[in-house]
Design a protein around this ligand. Structure first.
Ligand code: HEC
Length: 115
């Protein structure tokens, strides 16, 4: 029995560590989004000027080419994919203002929202 509780304790501790890591990743990504200026127009939960990132994530769920297209869209800006939500406001271009690696990690974060 003692062994069982020990194993259970370790499992709980391990999953708590995983959750904490996921939370830290999310906090770091939101911090990067804030520093990059994205949160002026986006939030995870709600449409601001641009679409809610949870809706972006849901739209491209399971779409293997989405990452490359979204990276390109953030670099060059553009419109047309969310007209019914935004009324046709364009997404501004972010390259070279935001480093390519940061854009890639922001896209990874957005796509990870819809599990
Ligand atoms: C000035 C407002 C504004 C800012 C700042 C902004 N966005 Fe956007 N974003 C938009 C709008 C408007 C759209 C919808 C474009 C469309 O209809 O295709 C959009 C769309 C998107 C999409 C979905 C693109 C698609 O084609 O489906 C992603 C991902 C995104 N933004 C990420 C970001 C990131 C990351 C940043 C910061 C580096 C950022 N946005 C900054 C306004 C903004």
């Amino acid at each position: 029995m003692k062994k069982f509780y020990l194993t259970l304790g370790l499992a709980v501790a391990a999953s708590a560590a995983v959750n904490t890591a996921a939370f830290a990743d999310e906090a770091a990504s939101l911090d990067l989004a804030k520093k990059s200026g994205c949160l002026a127009c986006h939030s995870v939960e709600k449409k601001v000027v641009g679409p809610a990132w949870k809706d972006v994530s849901a739209k491209y769920k399971g779409d293997a080419g989405a990452k490359d297209r979204l990276v390109a869209k953030i670099k060059a800006g553009g419109k047309g994919n969310w007209t019914e939500v935004t009324g046709g406001v364009p997404m501004p271009p972010y390259s070279p203002r935001v480093a390519d690696a940061d854009i890639a990690s922001l896209v990874d974060f957005v796509l990870s929202i819809a599990k």
